[in-house]
Design a protein around this ligand. Structure first.
Ligand code: NDP
Length: 453
């Protein structure tokens, strides 16, 4: 049977674009890709990239105060959001252009249209046309969800935050995950009065408890009004703008905006997947095996739509492994073990491997941990602390987890992640000479465990 293409990719985000261009460029396959929105997907257009630019922008308020303390004659003015946003939009336009060019230069044919799956080898475009392919790769990502509460449509999600015409004076952020905590810090740094409601006892569920505790303390110290054990009961629009929020703790407060950062769901609705035989999980995620293959042998799925580990570099890895497996005759399962990652809170967190809680539930461990005022803050009497922590197996001496809360923790954990992935022991860390004076030198100078479990 002959097909229009060897591969049809649905979704032009990080995972889809990488798979398409490597299949076409390296493996010489005839490839098409359909994208209904902007090329670059969540990461480039409404996620990691604009978020990180906002993290940079917001950091200057503290940096300017610090500069004064260090002897500089600076007078911070206000933050000009429209000026920053215009420049950020131009950068996203540039990056979208790069994505489009990468595809074109690899010989991938693109369709700027929504595509759905008609059957195991056929894709239907929004234009009504159909195209056939030997393989279909679904890489449609996910979208933010709002909780089911009265008035929820008055709030915004992370998709909207980058387009605000002006910054609100007072914002309520709902949620305690990556997105909620990152934007709480970003907006606070930009001069917005931030309140954050989290329904649980401590933010950043799933991360190391000690690290979460320090981040929460510092967020509050930075001026964020963090209310745990709190959720919205209902919200109403006010005449003349603003939203009145009734909280589960009895508070009644008025905010200019409410940002829901209450999780993301996979983009599978209306894609025709189930009718084609693809099985979906409870949250609508596409079920795949270790090779990203779905229940229909010719259909594969990668990235957030599979709800495995929802991070850009993981989607890219999954895309590369898919191409190895399907187009290079080299079956490659995706390795989801020991993935380092960062949360761009203020302070930032970098983490790889098991938390103390996970590890101690599995085997006897030693915990090495230090928390201190770094030199740069200590010099100007700023109260912020950093944390360096290693979770070590008592039996094998392997470092099972490394958790860092510090400025630049994302950069640090990338490198520590190599050692942990290689199976380094505590003694390997000890053998490494410290780089002085740095914060991260503490990771190789912790002599005695603070506790065993
Ligand atoms: P998360 O799943 O991380 O967090 C969702 C938060 O919302 C949790 O605190 C959850 O509470 C809370 N929540 C869920 N439902 C409700 C509800 N009905 N009412 C009140 N609160 C609710 O999702 P995010 O949206 O923050 O991020 C999505 C994913 O995107 C992340 O998991 C991550 O993979 C990725 N991401 C990665 C980043 C990075 O690498 N730096 C940055 C941003 C996103 P509870 O804890 O009780 O469930």
């Amino acid at each position: 049977m002959s097909f229009d293409y060897d591969l049809f990719v649905i979704g032009g985000g990080s995972g889809g674009v990488r798979a398409a261009r490597v299949a076409a460029g390296d493996a010489g396959a005839k490839v098409a890709l359909a994208e209904e929105d902007r090329y670059g997907g969540t990461c480039v257009i409404r996620g990691c990239v604009p978020k990180k630019l906002m993290v940079f922008a917001s950091g200057y308020s503290v940096a300017m105060q610090d500069a004064r303390e260090y002897g500089w004659d600076v007078t911070p003015g206000g933050f000009d959001w429209p000026r920053f946003r215009t420049r950020m939009e131009a950068e996203l336009d540039r990056l979208e252009g790069v994505y489009r060019r990468l595809l074109a230069n690899s010989g991938v044919e693109t369709y700027d249209a929504r595509a759905t799956v008609q059957d195991a080898h056929t894709v239907r475009l929004a234009t009504g046309e159909t195209r056939t392919a030997r393989h279909i790769l679904v890489a449609t990502g996910g979208h933010p969800v709002r909780p089911d509460i009265p008035g929820a449509d008055l709030g915004i999600t992370s998709n909207d935050i980058f387009h605000l015409p002006e910054l609100p004076e007072r914002i309520l952020i709902v949620g305690g995950g990556y997105i909620a905590c990152e934007f709480a810090g970003v907006l606070n740094g930009m001069g917005v009065e931030v309140t954050q409601y989290y329904r649980g006892a401590q933010i950043l569920r799933g991360f190391d408890d000690e690290a979460r505790g320090l981040i929460a303390t510092e967020m509050m110290q930075n001026g964020i009004s963090l209310k745990t054990g709190t959720n919205i009961l209902e919200m109403h629009g006010e005449d003349g703008g603003g939203i009145r929020v009734k909280a589960t703790n009895g508070d009644m407060e008025r905010f200019d905006q409410v940002l829901f950062a209450t999780g993301r769901d996979p983009n599978t609705a209306g894609l025709g997947l189930e009718a084609a035989g693809v099985t979906l999980g409870r949250r609508g995620e596409i079920e795949v095996d270790a090779y990203s293959q779905t229940a229909v042998p010719s259909i594969y799925a990668i990235g957030d739509v599979t709800d495995r580990v929802n991070l850009t570099p993981v989607a890219i890895r999954e895309g590369m492994a898919f191409v190895e497996t399907v187009f290079k005759g080299n079956p490659t399962p995706v390795d989801h073990d020991l993935i380092p990652s960062a949360v761009f809170t203020q302070p930032e967190m970098g983490t790889v491997g098991m938390t103390e809680e996970e590890a101690s539930a599995r085997e006897p461990i030693e915990v090495y941990c230090t928390s201190f005022k770094p030199m740069q803050s200590s010099f100007i009497d700023r109260p912020d602390r950093v944390l360096m922590k290693l979770v070590v197996s008592k039996e094998t001496r392997r470092v099972l987890g490394c958790h860092i809360v510090a400025p630049g923790a994302g950069e640090m954990i990338q490198l520590a992640g190599i050692a942990v992935k290689m199976g380094a022991t505590k003694e390997d860390f000890d053998r490494t000479v410290a780089v002085h004076p740095t914060m991260s030198e503490e990771i190789v100078t912790m002599k005695s465990p603070v506790r065993t479990a």
